[in-house]
Design a protein around this ligand. Structure first.
Ligand SMILES: [Zn+2]
Length: 309
């Protein structure tokens, strides 16, 4: 997926909440770590709780799932110690990204700049990873530029109640998906030593596991599509030419989006009530969503056909 596609995706997602105005983001290190850990607690105690195995509940109650400063952008499972680690920097970026998306909802002419900013974020992450690899830093310590600063527009002030709800709901959904995905790796008995082919299969299985948990918990995966994966797409574009694919653990993002979105859509299609609820809360018709998924399917085929996996 190229910059033009990403810009189109940003605009398509702008349909989700046209009347949401600006929010304020505070992303100082410890604040975001605390907010992340509180949200994980909420996910374990309330959102996922009825659907978790005893063993999964134990992981939450023993605080084995946690946010911390990290050297890696991606969340990961420490299989040996049964821990799920989520990088604070990733959550800080997610918060700023949600905030930036809301600014695009208000002013769609910012969509192009927003796509550029996602690439800048991806380059920042790649730079931080190099610093760590070259032993110039222990954790990702490069500041994250906010969208409003990057775009050269005034910092938005204040939060309407509706914006605050949107911001926190999207954050909860994103973190639910990330936690659900890593729980899936643990619950399905995955390990760190799978072959590249098995690795891709394991990633799809962990995505399906997370999606299932979210659907049963009454959460939507759409925010994951609109926020987290846009970042992954930008990161792939930034690092994609550097022969990364042999060491990659995740299949191409558009393939994952297509699979996850398709499953979500199937659930929505089954129930007229779910369909009406979806269209009311997202402002997007099911058909628009379906069109977007076809784009992803096409992009996935193009990527898979390039022979670079
Ligand atoms: Zn994974």
């Amino acid at each position: 997926m190229n910059a033009r596609h990403l810009g189109q995706l940003v605009l398509a997602m702008s349909l989700v909440a046209l009347d949401v105005a600006s929010v304020r983001a505070d992303n100082s290190g410890q604040d975001i770590i605390d907010a992340g850990n509180r949200t994980i607690d909420l996910i374990g105690r309330e959102i996922f709780h009825p659907h978790l195995s005893e063993n999964e509940r134990r992981l939450f109650s023993e605080q084995r799932i946690s946010v911390r400063p990290a050297a890696d952008f991606n969340a990961y499972v420490d299989y040996q110690n049964e821990r799920i680690l989520i990088p604070g920097q990733m959550l800080a970026e997610v918060q700023l990204q949600i905030h930036g998306q809301i600014m695009v909802f208000e002013n769609p002419s910012l969509a192009g700049k927003y796509a550029d900013w996602l690439y800048a974020l991806a380059e920042r992450t790649a730079r931080a990873a190099r610093r760590i690899r070259d032993k110039q830093a222990v954790v990702d310590d490069i500041p994250i530029e906010s969208f409003w600063h990057f775009a050269g527009v005034p910092q938005p002030r204040g939060l309407t109640p509706r914006q605050a709800v949107y911001q926190s709901e999207v954050f909860i959904d994103l973190l639910s998906f990330i936690v659900g995905h890593e729980l899936g790796h643990l619950a399905l008995g995955h390990g760190a030593t799978a072959s590249a082919g098995n690795r891709a299969a394991q990633e799809y299985a962990a995505d399906a596991y997370a999606l299932n948990l979210m659907q049963r918990s009454g959460r939507s995966v759409l925010p994951v599509i609109s926020h987290l994966y846009m970042r992954f797409i930008a990161m792939e574009a930034v690092t994609g030419e550097a022969g990364h694919s042999s060491s990659r653990s995740h299949p191409p993002s558009q393939c994952r989006i297509h699979r996850i979105g398709h499953a979500e859509l199937a659930g929505i299609m089954q129930s007229p009530a779910a369909r009406a609820n979806y269209e009311r809360t997202t402002g997007m018709s099911v058909e628009t969503f379906y069109q977007q998924l076809r784009e992803f399917a096409r992009a996935c085929e193009e990527t898979s056909g390039r022979g670079d996996a």
